[in-house]
Design a protein around this ligand. Structure first.
Ligand SMILES: Nc1nc2c(ncn2[C@@H]2O[C@H](COP(=O)(O)OP(=O)(O)OP(=O)(O)O)[C@@H](O)[C@H]2O)c(=O)[nH]1
Ligand SMILES: [Mg+2]
Length: 449
């Protein structure tokens, strides 16, 4: 981190303006060497200056430069941001010129990496920055913002703090083991361990919500051939996306599309109708349907009310490898206008005609209500597999500590389980890190962030 880095922070390509970022000990000096109008080494921090960037004697562009001295900057180092005209040629020229004056091109995520190393942000916040940039739905954005503000880090650091105090008391006892003193009462210890275990467990349970909000809620549309699945997909995404025909077995591979409703991103997957078939391709399609069922947060089981009885529907659903919630769609109600329709009672059921816009609107509303009930961005939610994995390890270790106390195991074993919890939580927030972990996280960033 002794060198000075430079990168374009805005997207590649033509635009009205572009932003080039420079960070490091020589940030101000190297820009100053190519900037004409003012001596930037003398200006106040956090001020903006108008002038020209030169390559030797040749003017490159008319720019504004924003001079910021560390540590009150994104990276914690001296930084300069140059706003130039958004031409790829100009951008390349300015970056090349700065390279001649002591800056080198930044690697992906290197600015944020420096912010992390200089303790401007912790790892959860670094991850949140990436999530924020990539957020495609209002709810996903809200969750990322909470992480960025440090709410999640704070909650975890508090846990870690409590544990540190506890563990040092036990370790103190070990030092005085000859004298048989008790610094931490068993009762108190057990109470605290259980409280922390409960908090960790609650956090672990938010992972599904976190992923659903960040990457979209998966809805699989399944059912027998010809039930109207593709018709429903098309209606939901308002596009003739899947082929609809009265020939059973029209959809053979699954089709995934996204749509947003009230801040939620939904990924709907239309699948091949489920039936026994000898067609090798359709067979693969049906296998894929089964795979999608296991991944879906919600299964929309669609059936044609003129073809199946409610009992057959429940029977069929029972035989499927469904892991999430189920909503039954009793479809083609327009075909049986004049007689009483009996609906299945094994899962919530919606009677519709996929061809009726009002019914599709009711389906949409049902999906929103279900999503709101199930996935709320209120409170703290986990959003990355990395976070989940560390918390899970912490959970296992704290359970071990609890068991240790209950079974009167030697103090040093309990203390070492607690130390493990502390370490896992530390790795989660980045208080303890290895190069591998860091490399993995920052490699997912774009250059210039
Ligand atoms: N009358 C009526 N026909 C419908 C309704 N929904 C779908 N259909 C018709 O039912 C037939 C099958 O519809 P699809 O959407 O292709 O059915 P699918 O479930 O995707 O079928 P596969 O892809 O073969 O599994 C088409 O002719 C649709 O026009 C409905 O609510 N009422
Ligand atoms: Mg279909």
């Amino acid at each position: 981190m002794e060198d000075t880095i430079v990168a374009l922070a805005t997207p590649e390509g033509r635009s009205a303006l572009a932003l080039i970022r420079v960070s490091g000990p020589k940030a101000i000096e190297s820009v100053n060497e190519v900037f004409k109008n003012k001596d930037l080494s003398k200006v106040d921090s956090h001020t903006i200056h108008y002038g020209w960037i030169y390559d030797g004697e040749d003017p490159i562009d008319e720019v504004l430069v924003f001079v910021m001295r560390g540590p009150r900057t994104y990276t914690g180092e001296d930084m300069v941001e140059i706003t130039c005209h958004g031409s790829p040629l100009i951008i390349r020229k300015i970056i090349r010129t700065l390279q001649k004056h002591g800056a080198r091109p930044a690697m992906p995520g290197e600015f944020t990496f420096r912010a992390f190393m200089n303790r401007k942000i912790d790892l959860l916040q670094a991850e949140a920055i990436n999530d924020l940039i990539n957020a495609t739905s209002e709810e996903g954005y809200k969750v990322a913002l909470k992480h960025l503000r440090g709410d999640v880090s704070k909650a975890i650091s508090q846990l870690r703090e409590k544990l540190l105090n506890l563990t040092s008391l036990i370790e103190l006892e070990l030092d005085f083991s000859e004298e048989d003193v008790e610094f931490a009462s068993r009762e108190e210890l057990l109470r605290l361990i259980r409280e922390i275990r409960r908090i960790i467990k609650n956090l672990l349970e938010t992972y599904e919500t976190g992923m659903a909000l960040k990457e979209g809620i998966k809805i699989a549309i399944v059912g027998n051939p010809n039930a109207g699945k593709s018709t429903i997909l098309n209606a939901l995404v308002k596009e003739e996306r899947a082929i609809v025909s009265d020939i059973p077995g029209t959809t053979r591979d699954y089709i995934e599309e996204t749509f947003s409703l009230e801040g939620y991103l939904f990924r709907v997957i239309d699948t091949a109708g489920i039936r026994q078939t000898t067609d090798p391709i359709e067979k693969i399609g049906v296998e894929r349907t089964m795979e999608q069922l296991q991944k879906a947060h919600l299964t929309l089981y669609v059936y044609d009310i003129t073809e199946m009885t409610p009992e057959e529907v429940c029977e069929h659903i029972k035989s499927l490898p469904i892991s999430g919630d189920v909503l039954i769609i009793a479809n083609k109600k327009d075909l049986v206008k004049d007689r009483e329709i009996k609906l299945p009672d094994c899962y919530p059921t919606l009677l519709i005609s996929a061809k009726d816009p009002e019914d599709i609107e009711r389906l949409r509303q049902t999906l929103i209500n279900w999503a709101k009930e199930k996935y709320s961005s209120e409170g703290i939610v986990l959003t990355s597999e990395r976070q989940y994995n560390y918390l899970k390890l912490a959970y296992e270790a704290i359970t071990e500590a609890e068991q240790g106390i209950l079974n009167n195991l030697p103090q040093d074993l309990v203390a070492s389980s607690l130390r493990a919890v502390i370490d896992y939580l530390g790795e989660l927030t980045g208080d303890i890190t290895t190069e591998d972990i860091l490399g993995n996280i920052f490699a997912n960033f774009c250059i210039g962030k």
